[in-house]
Design a protein around this ligand. Structure first.
Ligand code: HEM
Length: 446
């Protein structure tokens, strides 16, 4: 779809993470650091700024990207003045662990069980490096390593390797990363011919958003402009439990696949139920021109794609616009999720004890009305679809007491006693500044 009014997005100042299209397949590493000495922290930012300036801005063609982001505690450790710290979004200032009750991170997912130091004040800087192959990743990671070694005031406190398979499939077996909004001025087309590109200010700070206003931006302007908030969550997936749950309720392998697809809204191949309601269509699943070319208003009761399916909850498309009360465009997000841990071999139904899942990464200008809204109102709750006791069947905080309704004729089917299939292992809210802002941070003299 053509972009009607493309604002001049300063792509050469925007870090690669939000708008950069990742290579496929790729391998990557996340490094979290703690700053114990302010001067060393600023030196790190100076060095990372240099690296990020040469590889990996949003206008770059480089297949290897390095993205840097800071937590509230990280900005504090760098000596960002209090007036400026106070200008960041309240959720960002609080940090993800403090939002646990709101987000549904309770029980097994609650911060007291998180992997240390996730959710603590010791996570200051996040560095993400992604590359098409291990050799190039090694070279890029070495640059990042050189940026922080020899600086005694820095400590690597957490590391996570990640990857994307060539098929794009993640641990439950589904192709992921298909539905993604386009951003005006980013020069990247929408994945859906039926969705207009979002106003740049929905994702990048310093530009008007869908309301026509400039979203609240951290001050001074040099710090906020061209930045974006990043939500990082390590989500462990109980793949064996998920497979057993389906096996116990299906009469055949074909029905297992169908029930799994009903939970997600797409078949494992990526083919959407809205276009392939009865059986998988692998060619459709991998065809980027067709696999996101659908709406939901022609299926209001969810006979093709249940209204409670994960992808329909996460993006109800035109089905939500019917009464005009919710503007779906205010709740879109860029997802930069990736896999970690060894895949569970096909057909295995017993848990092998390995840690595997998804690193969920969100980029957007509004943590609360985008990520938190979708997570709390649409995934963790069923009120908006008229099923108040149902949560997202795949990723919701289920505890065995709720179910999932699959509309069908003559009578609907209900899956009961859904256990949790996803456990939060930890996470944080970050701010990924623009490059000029990184220069500003490095030169602070407070
Ligand atoms: C382990 C947890 C999760 C898994 C396994 C998962 C899996 C998937 C899959 C398979 C799809 C369909 C493919 C696609 O459209 O890209 C999808 C779509 C999506 N998911 Fe998730 N997801 C998870 C967590 C989340 C969370 C926490 C959020 C938001 C708070 C979210 C938001 C979305 C969105 C916005 C879409 C695209 C919907 C569309 O535009 O059609 N997901 N997810």
């Amino acid at each position: 779809m053509a972009e009607a009014t493309s604002p001049h997005l300063e792509l050469d100042d925007i870090q690669s993470g939000a708008l950069f299209e990742r290579p496929s397949p790729y391998v990557g590493t996340y490094l979290f650091l703690r700053i114990t000495d302010r001067a060393d922290g600023r030196e790190l930012v100076r060095r990372l700024h240099r690296i990020a300036s040469t590889s990996g801005t949003a206008d770059g063609r480089d297949d290897t990207s390095l993205t840097v982001a800071f937590s509230y505690h990280g900005l504090t450790a760098l000596g960002v003045p209090q007036t400026s710290l106070d200008s960041f979004a309240p959720e960002f200032r609080e940090g993800m662990a403090a939002r646990a009750a709101v987000l549904g991170d309770t029980g097994e997912s609650s911060p007291e069980h998180w992997e240390p130091p996730l959710g603590s004040a010791d996570v200051h800087v996040a560095i993400a490096v992604l590359s098409p192959d291990p050799a190039r990743l090694q070279a890029a990671a070495e640059k990042a390593r050189r940026a922080h070694t020899e600086l005694p005031g820095l400590e690597v406190v957490w590391r996570q390797d990640c990857y994307q398979l060539a098929t794009g499939r993640t641990s439950f077996g589904f192709k992921d990363g298909i539905g993604q909004p386009a951003v005006e001025g980013s020069r990247r087309p929408s994945t859906s011919p039926r969705e207009r590109p979002l106003k740049a200010g929905e994702i990048i700070l310093g530009y008007p958003d869908e309301t026509g206003e400039l979203p609240p931006m951290p001050t001074p302007e040099v710090l906020g402009r061209n930045g974006t908030y990043v939500v990082f969550r390590k989500l462990h997936t109980k793949v064996a439990a998920y497979r057993r749950y389906l096996r116990d309720r299906a009469a055949s392998r074909a029905e297992e696949d169908l029930l799994g697809a009903k939970m997600v809204g797409r078949w494992q191949s990526g083919a959407p139920l809205s276009l392939a309601p009865d059986r998988d269509d692998p060619e459709l699943g991998v065809d980027p021109r067709r696999n996101n070319d659908f709406l939901f208003a022609d299926d209001p009761r969810g006979f093709k794609c249940p209204v409670g399916a994960h992808a329909r909850r996460a993006n109800p498309r035109d089905a939500m616009d019917q009464d005009g009360s919710v503007d779906v465009r205010l709740h879109r997000m860029i997802r930069r999720g990736t896999s970690y841990g060894p895949p569970l071999p096909p057909g295995v139904l017993e848990d092998d004890g390995a840690d595997r899942g998804i690193i969920f990464v969100f980029a957007g200008a509004h943590i609360r009305r985008q990520f938190e809204f979708v997570k709390t109102q649409w995934l963790n709750d069923g009120i908006f679809i008229g099923a108040p006791f149902e949560k997202d069947p795949l990723v919701g905080p289920n505890d065995g007491s709720s179910g999932f309704t699959i509309p069908q004729r003559p009578i609907r089917r209900k899956l009961q006693n859904l256990p949790p299939f996803v456990v939060t292992r930890g996470g944080e809210y970050f701010f990924a500044p623009g490059l000029k802002a990184m220069g500003w941070l490095a030169e602070l003299n407070t």
